[in-house]
Design a protein around this ligand. Structure first.
Ligand code: CP3
Length: 334
């Protein structure tokens, strides 16, 4: 039997629509917070195969989504390249100084991530697919150069638009590392992959094409050379109408909160599956407000391949009961 999630990625209009949520594991779940309190280092969780596997499975047990996403982070790559990465309570990621000369090849430093993939895959049922992921080069480079989250992302935009040759050298290195990282996740048992380009929307259209679309094309080509059948989901958050161009490359395009599903049905669904795009705030609100919005998305995208998801990750303030209610609703809408 082919898993419903993989059928949708292959272009089938599966009903009920397959369901999973970005950041479905995380701080809104009490069982996550309990494990998280056992260490003061978030990266220790990511690099402990048993704990990462357990956290991956927490939302699977509660909500029975059609896919599990590996619990990890997009900043494992800069960490493995030798840049210091820490996560501070209430502040998010904080990275050490960016020094291109001291970046190293990743080597075996991400092996514990692949071990987590193996553990999760062994525990999943025949219906639930396992998604591996990486940050897209632009978004990862943004954190590496800014040293963390930023209000206006001045440094990285200045470099991308003002010093494209130097910036291109970093992007090239990240493309190579990302292909190796994702290929190894597939070899360990990941059945689909998602590339998170959370900050695509910081760039003008020419920048999105050069620093987001082109790297996505090269990563997809490199991966399909090694694993011809592995489906790829691209999530260029904030790319607006340019999201349609990602449908020429990926098997599925994740649309963000601002995208109109009716637009996506016409612009994307004949080329790729669409994933999305309930506003995470509606999942915090819950009730009929959430349910009506979810029904409308399902109705608008029903004629083509659609994977139900949010337009961005689950917010920490989300009541888990709202996720359970959303899961039930999506299962019932045919
Ligand atoms: O989706 C999942 O459930 C899988 C796990 C996952 C995490 N991060 C766990 C996490 C995934 C897929 C990510 C991706 C990620 N990480 C992105 C792309 C998606 C997006 O949200 O735009 C980005 C930009 C990051 C970088 C990152 N990691 C930031 C900015 C932060 C701090 C903000 C926050 O929400 O805390 C993190 C930390 C992080 N990654 C947490 C989790 C569960 C919370 C850390 C904690 O528990 O202290």
């Amino acid at each position: 039997m082919v898993k419903p999630f993989l059928k949708a990625l292959a272009g089938e209009a599966v009903r009920p629509a397959p369901f999973w949520l970005m950041r479905q594991a995380g701080r809104y779940l009490p069982e996550y917070r309990k494990l998280r309190a056992s260490t003061d280092s978030f990266l220790d969780l990511c690099f402990s195969p048993a704990l990462a596997a357990e956290i991956t499975l927490q939302p699977v047990r509660r909500f029975e989504p059609d896919a599990a996403i590996l619990f990890s982070d997009i900043l494992t790559i800069p960490h493995a390249m030798g840049q210091e990465v820490r996560f501070l309570e209430g502040k998010g990621p904080v990275l050490g100084p960016f020094d291109p000369a001291s970046l190293q090849p990743v080597g075996g430093r991400l092996d514990s991530v692949y071990e987590a993939v193996r553990l999760v895959r062994r525990s999943l049922t025949d219906e639930v697919a396992l998604i591996g992921f990486a940050g897209a080069p632009w978004t990862v480079a943004a954190y590496m150069i800014e040293g963390g989250s930023s209000r206006d992302w001045l440094k990285v935009r200045q470099m991308a638009l003002g010093e494209p040759d130097g910036f291109g050298a970093l992007i090239d290195r990240l493309i190579e590392a990302t292909i190796d990282y994702l290929a190894a996740q597939v070899e360990a048992g990941a059945e689909a992959l998602q590339l998170f380009d959370s900050w695509a929307g910081l760039l003008p259209p020419s920048g999105i094409r050069r620093w987001c679309l082109e790297p996505a094309r090269r990563i997809t080509a490199g991966l399909k050379q090694r694993h011809p059948f592995v489906p790829l989901i691209l999530f260029p958050r904030g790319a607006g109408a340019l999201a349609a161009e990602f449908a020429e490359i990926g098997d599925c395009v994740g649309i963000d909160t601002t995208a109109d599903p009716a637009w996506a049905a016409g612009a994307i669904q004949d080329k790729a599956a669409v994933q999305g795009n309930l506003d995470p705030m509606l999942l915090v609100i819950g009730g009929t407000t959430m349910e009506q919005a979810a029904r409308e998305i399902l109705f608008t995208l029903r004629q083509g391949p659609h994977i139900f998801n949010l337009g961005h990750g689950v917010l920490p303030a989300t009541p888990p009961e709202h996720v359970a209610a959303l899961r039930r609703l999506v299962r019932e809408v045919l």
